[in-house]
Design a protein around this ligand. Sequence first.
Ligand SMILES: NC(=O)c1ccc[n+]([C@@H]2O[C@H](COP(=O)([O-])OP(=O)(O)OC[C@H]3O[C@@H](n4cnc5c(N)ncnc54)[C@H](O)[C@@H]3O)[C@@H](O)[C@H]2O)c1
Length: 406
Amino acid sequence: MKVEDIKTIAVLGAGVMGHGIAQVCAMAGYEVYMRDIKQEFLDNAMQKIKWSLGKFVEKKKITEDAAKQTLDRLHTTIDLKEAVSNADFVIEAVPEKLDLKKQVFKEVDELSPSHAILATNTSSLPITEIAEATKRPNKVVGMHFFNPPQIMALVEVIRGEKTDDETVQVTVDLAKKLGKEPVICSKDVPGFIANRVMLSPLNFVAWLVSEGVYTKEEVDSAAYFKSGQRMGIFGLLDFVGIDTAYYVLKFMEEREPPFKVAPIIEERVKAGELGVKTGKGFYEYPDKMWKVPSSWKKELANKFNPLWPTLVAINRAAELVALGIATPEDVDKAVRLGFNIPIGVLQLADQMGIDTVVKNLEDLAQKFGHIDALKQLLEPHPLLKEMVSKGELGRKSGKGFYTYKK
Ligand SMILES: NC(=O)c1ccc[n+]([C@@H]2O[C@H](COP(=O)([O-])OP(=O)(O)OC[C@H]3O[C@@H](n4cnc5c(N)ncnc54)[C@H](O)[C@@H]3O)[C@@H](O)[C@H]2O)c1
């Protein structure tokens, strides 16, 4: 199959992600069947889509006519057969529960045309296991959009063990047709690319606070006042939803011991204090709007080194490159677009010097490696050490993760 053969897309689940994905597909000219389990969920989703299209028209991103045509291409149904029986491509966005997703994939496999590609928008579950529920595991793929899909450009295309090249290529091409920036993740490792690289350092910092080495205000004041991170670190977790980060981190814990979710993150989730959306997370938000907490102070900013989380991110990114799971370009694109940061972590590593990165990680491992859950995150990846021994030190030597003209 080629991307040009795709005419009809089914989107399963009309929640936070599903309605946005359905809208993006319809805006790109596809006939879209959006399915949920109750009509009221679909009606609610259509309201949100109309509101979002209205915003696009208001900002002159699309014409009123284009908005109307988009709505004409969107069909809603609670009948799974109606949704998928004519679909060339299916995107599943039901809740993040493995058993539910497997059940959905089993039914979709039976009801959809044999040529259809079946994609899942899972943030953390293994594509390989979801694919096993079908008789076409070669046509099952991860297609991970970021929230909100109407705005966020990144789409991670994730290969399960049996996903074939054609499926990956068509999915990448479809993401481009939707106006997105795809990256390829060649193995369904927990967290895939962006969340794996960027949530690991957040968990590292949360461990230091859990262990009483620093306070969250010291960490965030340093991140905010010294390295210009607008939301700090715990503020960022409050903004994205502590539960969202927790489920991805929990999955890393289950699959990759001794990795472990930091106690302060788990405590917040158990208490139902999930961040801005619940009015309380690591900080309080009485209006349910994010703002800089008053407890962040310039005089606290000198205690914590805000470079440390970046070193952990670089170490995680190096592992993905070493294992052939993603190219340096795709790692950097994923973290830039997934987390709205101006420069990729491997570009940054090249700028810092790979020897400096290794030395700093070794120092960190010595300082905090006694915390079991952190050992693996802080030990410099063998690839980094190998680069140093080969003289591939980054920008200053002309070659690092990237090549530079001298
Ligand atoms: N929310 C995010 O920021 C985000 C980001 C990226 C990926 N994801 C992933 O996207 C998926 C959906 O997440 P969400 O936040 O949109 O969840 P959500 O709870 O907002 O929406 C899920 C929807 O699926 C519906 N549903 C349940 N069973 C169904 C079935 N059998 N068939 C069709 N619909 C069914 C529910 O009624 C609900 O409307 C999850 O896998 C999640 O990990 C979420």
